[in-house]
Write a protein that binds this ligand. Structure first.
Ligand SMILES: Cc1cc2nc3c(=O)[nH]c(=O)nc-3n(C[C@H](O)[C@H](O)[C@H](O)COP(=O)(O)OP(=O)(O)OC[C@H]3O[C@@H](n4cnc5c(N)ncnc54)[C@H](O)[C@@H]3O)c2cc1C
Length: 413
């Protein structure tokens, strides 16, 4: 058809995973044409600062760019202007575009990430005052409204909600965080970490409503006015941030016949069930050796980058498997959390150090084996825990809980 272009590799999604896949293809020596196709108006940028220093106005957008603007052309990577892929025809190797000619591909990397999960009561991100924190556009919109706001309600006590609370605290706002579980970060961290963050936020004046669900958002004159809770109470709000997780953007891929459910299912080389289509990053569901082989979807920069490298190597004919140890970080106030491994399914949590000092770790064990560690202000624990987890060590509890015993001394000799 007229105007249709064809690329050796088309990458859908110009976020962390997509950008890294394009970079890695060139590093692997791929000489064919590469298109990086995303639906955001900006060139690839780092998402983590959105809820941290970018929201606090301590980092400019230019400093968040994954590569300098002319990098893509230098590497002969076609960075298409905002383009949304609506459908995939895997047999014809064609991509239907919202407004414009279809795109043909030789190989396809699906790196479309996720979108904010809507509130069950039908939250309306778009209603004045109601926000998500997923894209630069989201945060710019939030930053425009913040100066006039007095009361902020954050729905969701996970990393995004807590980072946003920390970034907004200290500007005279009344901030309330609503969390359905009975503790913060319940999905991703142990109780000691939850309690530590709760105290730190409360010291900054943030209020928590735990074990609490919202029933609906009420608007007045086209703007958010109240958040209604299931238990009947109403909270006045000028700003609402909805941070209750994401839904993977895989519908076009699944409609094309790819196997999937809460993400596109991929094998160890990040291949989907469709020929010559890989899926990577937040939208890929893979069997992870550090989750006991369970199928998981990870939402982290590490996962996005490492899966991108695997897919690029596989496309270039170099055998590669995704078996990297997961790691993650979060910055709130002066507190830097570094996480090694995946703690889900642990049956024992060992505290290492005193949380009151602001320097401690929590080590997670499953059937005696170290599977993860959350490290606050203890970077050496983070580095050494990675080695212990990779080695499948079963440490003595007494040695683990002694903060003076270096974790590396627990490695087998
Ligand atoms: C506020 C925030 C803070 C975070 N902080 C941390 C952190 O501290 N540490 C950490 O490890 N991780 C953090 N993360 C998670 C991390 O940013 C993600 O795991 C990572 O961005 C995933 O990369 P991705 O490429 O899979 O998805 P994304 O970066 O989301 O990129 C996907 C892109 O695809 C586009 N797209 C979707 N559908 C289509 C379509 N049909 N056609 C074209 N384009 C499409 C999307 O708009 C998006 O631009 C944070 C995330 C957020 C939102």
């Amino acid at each position: 058809m007229a105007g249709e272009k064809e690329y050796g590799v088309a990458i859908i999604g110009a976020g962390h995973a997509g950008a890294q896949a394009a970079i890695a293809l060139r590093k692997e020596g791929f000489t064919g044409t590469v298109a990086l196709i995303g639906d955001e108006p900006d060139p690839p940028y780092e998402r983590p600062p959105l809820s941290k220093d970018y929201l606090k106005d301590e980092k400019t957008f230019e400093r968040m760019l994954i590569r300098r603007p002319d990098f893509w052309a230098d590497k002969e990577i076609a960075l298409l202007p905002a383009t949304r892929i609506e459908a995939v025809d895997a047999a014809a190797r064609r991509l239907a575009v919202a407004d414009g000619p279809a795109i043909r591909y030789g190989k396809l990397i699906w790196a479309a990430g996720g979108r904010p999960r809507p509130l069950p009561c039908g939250s309306d991100v778009g209603l004045r005052g109601v926000h998500a924190v997923r894209t630069r556009t989201d945060v710019d919109r939030l930053k425009v409204e913040l100066p006039a706001a007095r009361r902020a309600v954050i729905i969701g006590g996970g990393y995004i909600g807590l980072e946003a609370a920390a970034a907004m605290a200290g500007r005279g706002l009344d901030i309330t965080v609503i969390e359905a579980e009975d503790r913060l970060l319940a999905r991703v961290a142990g109780a000691d970490i939850s309690a530590f963050y709760r105290r730190r936020h409360e010291a900054a004046g943030v209020r928590f409503l735990l074990g609490t669900r919202t029933s609906c958002l009420r608007a007045e004159d086209g703007a958010i006015a109240w958040v209604e809770l299931e238990r009947g109470e109403t909270l006045p709000a000028d700003i609402v941030i909805v941070g209750i997780g994401i839904l993977p953007n895989v519908e076009p891929l699944l409609a094309a016949g790819a196997e999937g459910d809460n993400g596109a299912v991929v094998d160890a080389s990040c291949r989907t069930s469709l020929p010559d289509i890989w899926a990577i990053g937040d939208c890929a569901r893979h069997r992870n050796p550090y989750a006991g082989g369970a199928a998981v979807r990870l939402e982290s920069v590490q996962n996005a980058n490492d899966q991108a490298n695997v897919a690029a190597a596989d496309i270039c004919g170099r055998p590669a498997k995704y078996e990297a140890l997961p790691w993650f970080w979060s910055n709130q106030y002066e507190v830097r959390l570094q996480t090694a491994g995946l703690s889900a399914g642990h049956d024992e949590a060992v505290l290492r150090g005193d949380p009151e000092t602001g320097r401690f770790s929590v080590c997670y064990l499953k059937a005696g084996q170290l599977i993860a560690a959350d490290c606050i202000g203890r970077p050496a624990d983070f580095v050494q825990a990675q080695k212990l987890i990779a080695a499948g060590v079963r440490p003595q509890r007494a040695a683990l809980e002694d903060p003076e015993t270096p974790l590396k001394s627990l490695l087998p000799v």
